[in-house]
Design a protein around this ligand. Structure first.
Ligand SMILES: [Zn+2]
Length: 157
């Protein structure tokens, strides 16, 4: 257990540096403008960092446990039980990380689709009579049959 005190010292330093790095983000989260979107992103980010540090701590504990076992500091039964507990906890943390990653990916895909649709709606010409989208160069509206002369088709806002 010679290296254990060093690890105990490292943890508060790590936690302090994470808090230090994140503090500007938390401050920004209190700004009222677009607060909902921002605080959702911020809480996801804080949770992500928290999960990462839990994962790293579990990896560290596992390495330490394996080391203790390799130098016969721990009984095989205790080793098996502790290792099983750590692995189960690790799987749980990794699952949460996956779920968070998936949600962020889904969010960005939805945003991309939304902004693509917005762009389409801004540039597609519409029928002045019924508002249906029409192909540039069409002479008649496919929906209502209205004749499209130049000037009657204009982009929706
Ligand atoms: Zn029409």
């Amino acid at each position: 257990m010679t290296d254990f005190p060093a690890i105990l010292l490292a943890i508060p330093v790590l936690v302090a540096s994470v808090i230090f790095v994140l503090s500007p983000i938390w401050d920004r989260g209190t700004v009222p403008a677009t607060a909902n979107q921002k605080s959702a992103n911020t809480s996801d980010y804080v949770r992500y960092v928290d999960l990462l540090s839990r994962r790293n701590a579990l990896y560290r504990d596992l390495l330490e446990l394996d080391f203790d076992y390799s130098v016969d500091k721990i009984a095989p039964d205790d080793y098996a039980a502790q290792r099983q507990r750590l692995v189960a906890e690790g799987v749980n943390v990794l699952r949460q990380l996956d779920a968070l990653n998936l949600r962020q990916r889904t969010d960005s895909i939805e945003k991309a689709v939304q902004s693509y649709q917005d762009t389409q709606h801004q540039t597609d010409p519409t029928c002045a009579q019924c508002g249906a989208y029409i192909e540039p160069g069409d002479r008649f509206c496919g929906e209502c049959g209205a004749q499209l002369v130049e000037g009657t088709a204009h982009a929706a806002r």
